[in-house]
Write a protein that binds this ligand. Structure first.
Ligand code: ATP
Length: 932
């Protein structure tokens, strides 16, 4: 085949596939309704390239660079550089410039990398699509789609490319991504006018739009950049927003700090002038204060800590789609989780059969198709006819497939349906043969809302059969029962199975004339005869049981929400160790409650059964009305509103629909509840580390400001070159050295700090609590005062003891070097204390965060250079210190260890007493366990 001819209108890009009949489209694309062959698919892929969109990135290099430069501090620094040069201090000015450039480069590189990493992760969730290749349904990555591929669409899918529909069943597509219109449009097959607007091309499905209901098949007519979305995607950016509540709070704090610091600078300027400084000198001091006191390294540190959190969550199978979720996870108080596949293994095995003629249990586990029927523990010879009919209908009304691969059985499709296939095989009914004998004519797929599935089959010469399976209440309503059997009797049987934790499906059948081609809703509304019940177990995941316990310890309430039967839900709830005050609340009961009653019931009940997606939305709202921070899982199309409403929407990576993933804040790559608990733990760790960085950085800035202010206000004035100038404990360049080099080198490792031993043994953080808690403020004051006192004390001691011996200039240099060194040593010790906010650092393990020692090692080397290298001495105005001076600095700096240690001890004593008096989370009552 040469190239595929696309029908062209005046513009080559705007193919008018919508004006052609479906057969013509297939013909032009040299394909059939059976799809391409596998080989042809590969060849077309090689020829036309993959189906991917080039997207513009929000974190492109220029934007990130602009963010670095567009910072008031940079302007202050540049101003001070210019001023220094104007005053003849050329070296000083150049050093400031160099530090500005260095700081910008470091911030740029770090933030750029972090942004890229986060973006890459948000794309980690694979997009798969079902296509027909060589007549078989296979699942391929959406990127491998080519022109002419026949795609199968189902409700919840994201349309993978531009498609011309060739069959539809109630197919509705939401095209907001393209047209902005969020009301779904009904699709159909007839050609439409060539000049129809995009929204009116109702026989096309556009890439990037979402299937909200129904099914369809369609042929690919445009891929990648040639799709409608591809053509506008240059306008659309990948919206990876690097802002979170915390970064916003910090930005606000930063603004206030800057204003405050500028005000203090002005005061300092006035004080300097009053004391008789030369104007230039006084100005320089004021600007130096600003430089010293603004925590310029902080934004980069925050971004990096968040990025590390995102990466570690991904390693634990939770992919963050929206960055603020990293923080919100840490304050989650309630997790509402689906049952099947998330809390349980989703490995269904049929264990019990019941028919109006009798009941049996089934031996044999897993997918191994060998087993026997037992009655009251005694093996049954042969399979009774009633059981045979039940199993046959269950295997035919089924979309799953069982394939033998190298002696092992592999299941594709829904595990519930897989279990029915396995059960049939076990009883000696080969599924493949059944499907050949009773070819399927039509089907109504299973949906959580309807809770049933129906298929129409050929059944001999003169008739066809409809098989129906689903939730027993739903099926029974459509059945006429044999004499002597009442619905209550059947439902009692259902309860008996469900009490053992089994999921129960009822199966029914009905004969229809051979002319029957299509099933409409009225055909499945009644007139069925009940074939029986199949009960299957799906054991809880062991790791989910452990994770539920971990959540309880962490003060998080776990609620299970399931479409299953009330008794099944209660039984599984008990196995999982969920707290609850009584029987499960059902969707129907829930629907009858008003919002106020629901809030009350939602707070006390932890197991919800037979719940429909719209109930989930109400439940989230009810919990939020009680000030809970709610994480909610979901996988279906109709879960999307609840996922959006929840504080943390959690979608399933394997079984989830594209629609639910789009709506979610995080996606679980393994569909496992334990990954949510892991993400919560990481979320708490990230937040801890951010506060640690904050508690480390702020005292440095405050301390430096105190040192300077003290100098200006109280130190003697000296005459330099005919003008009066203050005797300063540190030079501006030295302050910059501390604030930009040392602080960043030491604060960054804190972002890598491992989790505190008790992260999951304390209650969730209040989302409304201030970032600058009293704890951080007190810690900042204590450390800053200590640091300033130590540095000023040593400065004075060194200067006064040295000035008589070596004169003013030498003594000043030495004293300043000593003050800077003291601050740096102080920071090193203080940083070690910050590794745990409130706990003892000795409980952390020395090697739990090796980056700490890398940071310290690098800084010690740099500081030695700062003191002893002639080049650095010249630039920073330092001079070599002897051992005695170094020893004194170390001795003074180390004082921080016992001081902060004592403060931690006092705090932990106080918290322990208040912990004993603590109440459970507000608005939530955690009742006793369900009776065993
Ligand atoms: P969750 O993941 O929220 O726990 P669920 O898997 O328990 O959801 P659904 O899949 O909506 O809930 O199933 C609800 C009920 O529908 C089941 O209890 C069962 O009776 C019935 N059912 C489930 N799967 C099928 C199916 N493939 N065909 C027919 N009926 C089904």
């Amino acid at each position: 085949m040469d190239s595929i001819k696309t029908p062209q209108t005046s513009s080559p890009a705007a193919a008018s596939w919508h004006s052609l009949a479906a057969e013509d489209v297939l013909k032009r694309l040299q394909t059939t309704a059976e799809g391409l062959s596998h080989q042809e698919g590969q060849q077309r892929l090689a020829r036309h390239g993959p189906n991917v969109l080039e997207r513009q990135s929000q974190s492109g290099p220029l934007r990130v660079l602009f963010r670095q430069i567009n910072n008031p501090l940079i302007w202050v620094l540049l101003g001070s550089a210019v001023l220094a040069i104007a005053l003849g201090k050329v070296t000083d000015g150049l050093v400031v410039l160099a530090v500005v450039v260095l700081n910008t480069v470091i911030g740029f590189v770090q933030e750029f990398r972090a942004g890229r990493a986060i973006e890459a992760l948000s794309r980690m969730v694979p997009e798969l699509t079902a296509v027909l290749r060589g007549g078989h349904k296979v699942t391929v990555p959406a990127a491998e789609l080519v022109l002419g591929d026949v795609v199968m669409l189902a409700s919840g899918d994201k349309v993978p490319a531009d498609l011309r529909l060739i069959s539809v069943r109630n197919l509705q597509v939401e095209e907001a991504a393209l047209t902005g219109e969020s009301v779904p449009v009904m699709k159909q097959l007839r050609p439409v006018a060539e000049d129809a607007a995009l929204g009116d091309r109702s026989n096309l499905a556009f890439g990037g739009t979402l299937v909200t209901s129904g099914t369809g098949t369609a042929v690919v007519v445009a891929t990648g950049g040639h799709t409608e979305l591809g053509r506008i995607s240059k306008m659309l950016g990948e919206t990876v927003d690097l802002q979170t509540p915390l970064t916003k709070a910090l930005a606000t704090i930063g603004r206030f700090l800057t204003i405050g610091i500028l005000a203090v600078s002005v005061v300092l300027l006035a004080v300097g002038l009053l004391r008789g400084y030369a104007v230039g000198e006084a100005l320089l001091v004021a600007i130096t204060l600003a430089v010293a006191a603004i925590p310029e390294g902080l934004p980069a540190i925050v971004t990096i800590a968040l990025a590390i959190g995102v990466q570690r969550m991904a390693a634990r199978r939770a992919v963050i789609r929206k960055l603020p979720a990293v923080e919100t996870l840490g304050s989650t108080t309630v997790i509402c989780s689906d049952k099947t596949g998330t809390l349980t293994r989703n490995e269904m095995t049929v264990q019990a059969l019941w028919t109006p003629a009798g009941g049996w249990t089934m031996s044999g586990v897993g997918y191994a198709p060998e087993g026997r029927l037992h009655q009251k523990g005694v093996p049954v010879d042969g399979v009774p006819e009633a059981a045979r009919e039940l199993l046959r209908a269950g295997a035919l009304c089924n979309d799953a497939a069982l394939q033998s691969k190298g002696g092992k059985w592999e299941l594709t499709g829904d595990p519930t349906e897989g279990a029915l296939l396995v059960a049939a095989e076990k009883a000696g009914l080969p599924v493949e043969e059944l499907c050949e004998r009773f070819p399927r004519v039509d089907a109504i797929p299973f949906e959580s809302e309807s809770q049933f599935m129906a298929t129409l089959h050929e059944d001999g010469e003169d008739r066809r059969s409809i098989f129906l399976k689903g939730a027993p209440e739903v099926i029974l309503r459509r059945c006429a029962l044999p004499e002597g059997l009442r619905p209550e009797g059947v439902l009692a049987e259902v309860e008996r199975m469900a009490e053992g934790g089994m999921r129960v499906l009822a199966v029914a059948s009905k004969a229809v004339p051979a002319t029957h081609e299509r099933m409409e809703p009225e055909h499945v509304a009644g007139g069925f005869s009940l074939l029986g019940l199949q009960g299957m177990i799906d054991p809880p995941r062991q790791e989910a049981i452990a994770a539920v316990r971990a959540c309880h310890e962490a003060g998080i309430v776990v609620k299970m929400i399931t479409g299953d039967h009330q008794k099944t839900a209660e039984s599984i709830g008990r196995e999982l160790g969920l707290h609850g005050t009584g029987p499960a609340l059902t969707g129907r009961q829930l629907a009858e409650l008003n919002d106020h009653q629901l809030a009350e019931a939602g707070a006390t009940t932890n197991v919800f059964a037979r719940v429909a997606p719209e109930h989930k939305l109400r439940l989230v709202r009810a919990l939020q009305a009680r000030h809970q921070v709610v994480a909610m899982t979901g996988d279906g199309v109709n879960d999307a509103p609840a996922l959006k409403q929840a504080n943390i929407g959690v979608a399933m990576g394997i079984t989830g629909t594209a629609v639910s993933k789009e709506a979610a804040d995080i996606v679980l790559m393994d569909d496992n509840f334990a990954s949510i608990a892991a993400a919560v733990e990481e979320g708490r760790r990230v937040y801890d580390n951010l506060i640690k960085s904050l508690a480390f950085v702020l005292p440095t800035n405050l301390g430096l400001a105190l040192i300077l202010a003290f100098g200006v206000a109280f130190f003697p004035i000296q005459e330099v070159g005919g003008a009066l100038a203050p005797l300063m404990p540190m030079l501006p360049t030295q302050l910059l050295w501390i604030n930009l080099v040392a602080t960043v080198a030491l604060a960054l490792p804190l972002a890598f700090e491992a989790k505190e031993p008790n992260v999951m043994q304390r209650p969730p953080r209040s989302p409304s609590g201030p970032v600058l808690s009293r704890f951080v403020v007190v810690r900042t004051l204590v450390a800053a005062v200590l640091m300033a006192a130590g540095a000023i004390g040593l400065f004075l001691w060194e200067y006064t003891s040295e000035v008589g011996r070596s004169g003013h200039a030498v003594a000043l240099r030495e004293a300043q070097t000593m003050a800077v060194t003291t601050v740096i040593l102080f920071q090193i010790f203080y940083m070690l204390m910050c590794r745990s906010l409130k706990g003892s650092i000795f409980r952390l393990g020395w090697l739990s965060n090796p980056t700490v020692f890398v940071g310290i090692g690098v800084l010690v080397l740099l500081q030695l250079g700062f003191i002893y290298l002639p080049f650095m001495q010249k630039v920073f105005g330092t001079s070599a210190l002897d051992w005695k001076a170094l020893g004194m600095s170390t001795l003074v700096a180390v004082v921080i260890l016992p001081v902060i240690g004592a403060e931690k001890l006092w705090r932990s004593r106080r918290e322990r007493t208040s912990l004993d008096r603590r109440e459970p989370p507000r608005g939530l009552r955690v009742g006793p366990r369900l009776p065993a």
